[in-house]
Design a binder for this molecule. Structure first.
Ligand SMILES: Cc1ncc(COP(=O)(O)O)c(C=O)c1O
Length: 334
């Protein structure tokens, strides 16, 4: 079934101009003895310095505008890529944006926080609290604003956000066909699930012939698999379309590259970050993409990904974080 059929009728506001590049990584491939490494450059988008959440925002914005919202509300840590991109999208559409951060204000605004503020978002710091409490505070703010006549939209529904990567799967499959690349493996970070589940759903609909590897950067693979499979089912309900294959038939989960946990850098990730920058002029950051690339390079080294199997890494962006991470990674020393 064409992916477009599943997406038709879903409100969408275009924020990503055209397909992102599918780029051959020749020098990195030669370095690891591989013969067909590619990156899908979702870090290369014009708006807000790009990244995976901009694809999700097309569908969140679509809903927000359909509901005639005037204010976008979003929450995350002050390092959040999603908050930064929501601020950029709000600026582009002329909407107000309020960001709640569940941490204390840092000494200086830098990285994503700097950008959110430049894009005109109002940033509020709630102090340290867990994500459930942060969501309650966000819902309460929305309620108060609605009661005083402000139409708001809370950004972040995972099922709606996943639609962005249903579209990305279709885009990659078309692009690989155009470039005559018979992909056998696609690798992306495994985190909260929307990007991954959307991508798998799109692949399942399109009957994509490749294996999808999810490199866990946040949870155990049991938890990640549960999140992804639950979202996959919710996508079926949301779109009214059920693919004939389930993700378990073509997904592989990898926990080996997580290290001590979410946002905790590993030596292999730092090394991948340095290698990819030096060989390809391409930046990664420590939380998502460097661990994913480190995983991919190790899977190749172990032979779990064959050196002649065309393989694509999805670069999900997040580059502004690098500028707040460099010191902690020891990369700022001259
Ligand atoms: C750069 C980057 N990559 C990957 C992810 C993970 O996406 P998801 O939450 O859809 O699993 C995020 C999440 O914020 C991100 O910012």
């Amino acid at each position: 079934m064409p992916v477009e059929t599943a997406l038709s009728g879903q409100p969408r506001y275009r924020l990503v101009s055209g397909p992102t590049p599918l780029e051959r990584l020749e020098r990195l491939a030669a370095h690891v003895g591989h013969h067909g490494l590619y990156a899908k450059r979702d870090d290369c988008m014009a708006l807000g310095m790009g990244g995976n959440k901009l694809r999700s925002l097309e569908f969140w914005l679509g809903e927000a505008l359909a509901r005639q919202a005037e204010t976008l509300l979003v929450a995350g840590r002050s390092t959040s890529n999603q908050c930064r991109l929501t601020a950029a999208a709000a600026a582009k559409c002329g909407l107000r944006c309020i960001v709640l951060h569940n941490d204390d204000p840092p000494e200086r605004a830098e990285g994503n926080l700097l950008l959110s503020r430049l894009y005109g978002a109002e940033t509020r710091f709630l102090g340290s609290m867990d994500e459930d409490e942060r969501s309650r505070r966000l819902a309460k703010l929305a309620e108060q604003m609605e009661a005083s006549g402000h139409r708001c939209y809370i950004v972040g529904d995972p099922v709606v956000g996943a639609l962005g990567y249903v579209a990305c799967a279709a885009e990659l499959i078309t692009q690989a066909g155009e470039q005559d690349v018979a992909l056998e493996n696609v690798i992306l970070p495994g985190s909260m699930g929307p990007t991954e589940a959307g991508f798998l759903f799109g692949c399942a609909l399109a009957g994509a012939p490749f294996r999808v590897h999810l490199v866990s950067v946040e949870y155990s693979i049991d938890r990640l698999a549960q999140l992804v499979e639950d979202l996959f089912e919710r996508l079926c309900a949301h779109t009214g379309v059920t693919p004939s294959v389930t993700p378990s038939s073509f997904v592989r989960y990898h926990e080996r590259y997580l290290g001590a946990g979410y946002d905790m850098p590993t030596p292999e990730a730092i090394s991948a970050l340095e290698t990819v920058a030096a060989l390809e002029g391409m930046l990664l950051e420590a939380t998502y993409t460097a661990k994913t690339f480190a995983g991919a390079l190790d899977l190749i080294a172990r032979g779990e990904i064959s050196s002649d199997a065309p393989t694509c890494l999805i670069h999900t962006g997040g580059i502004p974080s690098l500028f707040t991470q460099a010191g902690g990674l020891g990369l700022d020393r001259l």
